[in-house]
Design a protein around this ligand. Structure first.
Ligand SMILES: Cc1cc2nc3c(=O)[nH]c(=O)nc-3n(C[C@H](O)[C@H](O)[C@H](O)COP(=O)(O)OP(=O)(O)OC[C@H]3O[C@@H](n4cnc5c(N)ncnc54)[C@H](O)[C@@H]3O)c2cc1C
Length: 293
């Protein structure tokens, strides 16, 4: 994750948009559909009636679900990372439409918890893949006072003479480390159980947080092991819906993350955020608003 490359637009023929699935896509769709019906629905129903604390407890059926989705092979991250962007742009929505039909909370838990591992596989760096490639994680992008703002990475929407909200969670370079301070939003999916994070943070590279254009912030894309000293979690969030999806804050107090875990800086990090948002929206829109059939 996450290179932004152009993919071919679909062809608008005589009969409308071409929507035929290949045999391989149909096979994956069928497996995902069966899994959604037979595994996700019964577990999702149980989780929906539990408290947020029970959902993340050691004996929670959520762990059984996570084991089964990984054993099913539906989300083989290594194999998916090797697909070209054209293939990825089709296969992820096909899979997540089915998983979302099974249970939208579990589908988002699956997607969000796999983002750091997927980002690690996409670097192609054996050390990063070894450290992050098979652990459940979360995606840290939004934070208090910096919610929807993260979609406007270049500060295009910022009014004349102002710059973007710096938010609460920021970082700075210090020798061989990146020092992270502050808290994420309370909506970080899978945060209560995550062991790693894919973080997109405002970063002071030595010249302040604000980019030289005077409007946007400097950004970094960083993989963070969540067992580092100085990291703590908030209470799992109690919600009206998607109750199978555990969410909550992650707090950072002078946390030292090794520089080797940086996956993109400055302009490349902006591209990476845009691609991550595209990836997340492409899959989560399908997961949260699946076709009903
Ligand atoms: C199910 C779920 C899962 C999530 N998972 C994650 C996750 O894994 N990681 C993560 O980082 N975050 C996650 N989030 C957080 C989510 O991305 C933020 O909640 C979202 O960006 C909105 O930010 P906010 O709540 O701060 O609202 P705000 O950005 O403060 O927006 C509040 C209201 O103001 C409006 N508004 C905002 N900006 C403008 C503007 N410029 N002009 C006019 N109106 C505006 C919005 O439309 C909205 O109605 C998740 C949220 C949900 C609901």
């Amino acid at each position: 994750m996450f290179n932004l490359e152009t993919i071919d637009l679909p062809v608008l023929g005589f009969r409308g948009l071409e929507a035929d699935l290949t045999e391989e896509e149909q096979a994956i769709q069928e497996v995902a559909h069966r899994f959604a019906e037979e595994v996700m629905r019964p577990i999702g129903e149980k989780l929906d009636r539990m408290t947020p604390e029970e959902v993340v407890a050691e004996d929670s059926p959520l762990h059984d679900y996570m084991r089964q989705i990984h054993e099913s092979g539906i989300l083989d991250l290594g194999a998916l990372a090797e697909m070209d962007n054209q293939q990825k742009s089709r296969i992820f929505p096909i899979i997540f439409e089915e998983l979302g039909w099974g249970d939208s909370g579990l589908a988002i838990a699956t997607l969000a918890s796999s983002m750091p591992a997927f980002a690690a596989h996409n670097t192609g760096d054996p050390e990063i893949i070894e450290r992050f490639g098979s652990l459940p994680g979360c995606w840290l992008a939004t934070q208090p006072d910096r919610g929807s703002d993260v979609c406007d990475m270049r500060g295009v929407e910022v009014y004349e003479g102002a710059n973007q909200f710096r938010g609460n969670l920021t970082c700075r370079m210090d020798g061989e480390d990146v020092i992270v301070n502050g808290q994420s939003s309370a909506w970080v999916s899978y945060a209560p159980l995550a062991q790693t994070a894919l973080a997109y943070l405002p970063c002071d590279y030595g010249k302040g947080l604000v980019h030289e254009n005077g409007r946007s912030l400097n950004i970094i894309a960083l993989l963070i092991p969540l067992d580092l000293p100085g990291i703590s979690r908030g209470k799992p969030l109690d919600k009206l819906g998607q109750r199978a999806l555990p969410q909550g804050e992650v707090f950072f107090n002078e946390v030292r993350v090794p520089r080797k875990y940086i996956i993109a800086t400055e302009e490349d990090a902006v591209t990476s955020v845009t691609a991550a948002l595209t990836f997340a929206n492409m899959s989560s829109q399908q997961a949260q608003y699946p076709a009903i059939f």
